[in-house]
Design a protein around this ligand. Structure first.
Ligand code: ADP
Ligand code: MG
Length: 283
């Protein structure tokens, strides 16, 4: 449908000097982050470093008692100044999300077809018939097997990996510009994980979506992210192109994360290969 036509107008999102405190406790201490159309930006760091809060800030979903500062720039405005009504129009439509647990964004008692079409119709006013066609097309795009049957199924009838694909279908059906994927493969086993990561890469390439891939596991993004930011204690301690960050980590914390990756890490091999094709990397 609109996919490729409006690609040229696609825009990214920029975080500038973002601070978040919850009940007076500083959680995010002034971070910058750029989400670029058609690229995956990696946000890594240990548990509790503030990755999810950064994602939630972009979605306008911070917990009660949160105070923010700085800017989240999208479509010419600072989202931190949007009221809930304005955010309601953006969230799920132009800025979408995928979480670790796919059931978090799915209703257990509605068919997948109903959920996809309801979501689409709320945001676009599309007819039922057109929405169903788009739902089918979107399930094909995320490579759910037998999409026509899948539309009639309920969430519990899918495996974990297939259900994450369904949640991704819900996230992209309104053709968002921004996709926030918070630990999207953490609950999946490694073989399934690789397929879901490839899918994110493909959606990013084909649809020109600006993706932020949030994970505690640097290995997950080592074949995907264009650039990687590493968070610790609410700050970004290192940022750069992924080969630089993985091959030549500057910060001792990043170095410890890279060293903790298992030798047989399949994603890192990919990164090393590509890095070695760069002329200045020889030794
Ligand atoms: N609802 C909440 N209220 C207060 N503090 C919270 C809440 N949720 C998370 N935090 C705190 O915010 C910090 C960052 O958490 P989070 O962004 O979830 O980390 P990460 O996603 O990197 O594991 C942690 O110190 C955590 O304890
Ligand atoms: Mg988290």
């Amino acid at each position: 449908m609109v996919d490729t036509q409006n690609r040229a107008d696609r825009q990214g999102l920029s975080v500038r000097g973002l601070t978040v405190s919850i009940h007076g406790k500083p959680i995010i201490r002034g971070i910058d982050l750029d989400l670029v159309p058609g690229k995956i930006t990696g946000l890594a760091g240990e548990s509790g470093s503030g990755k999810s809060m950064t994602g939630l800030a972009m979605l306008g979903l911070l917990p009660d008692g949160s105070k923010t500062g700085g800017e989240i720039l999208f479509d010419g405005r600072n989202l931190l100044e949007c009221d809930e009504r304005e955010y309601g129009k953006l969230r799920g439509a132009r800025i979408a999300m995928v979480f670790q647990d796919p059931t978090a964004s799915l209703h257990p008692m509605l068919t997948i077809g109903r959920q996809l079409t309801d979501h689409l119709r709320v945001h676009t006013g599309m007819s039922k018939r057109d929405a169903m066609a788009k739902a089918l097309e979107t399930l094909e795009r995320v490579k759910v097997p037998d999409p026509a049957t899948a539309l009639k199924k309920y969430p519990h009838q899918f495996s974990g990996g297939q259900l994450q694909r369904v949640a991704i279908a819900v996230a992209i059906i309104c053709e968002p510009e921004i996709l926030i994927a918070d630990e999207p493969t953490t609950a999946l086993d490694v073989t399934v994980q690789a397929g879901v990561l490839r899918l994110l890469q493909q959606l990013c390439d084909e649809l020109g979506i600006a993706v932020v891939l949030i994970t505690h596991d640097l290995g997950v993004m080592s074949s995907l992210a264009e650039r990687i930011s590493v968070m610790r204690g609410g700050e970004i301690v290192e940022e750069g192109p992924r080969y630089e960050v993985l091959r030549r980590p500057q910060h001792t914390y990043t170095r410890s994360l890279v060293e903790a990756l298992p030798n047989h890490e399949p994603f890192l091999e990919g990164a090393v290969e590509s890095a070695e094709s760069r002329p200045e990397v020889g030794s």
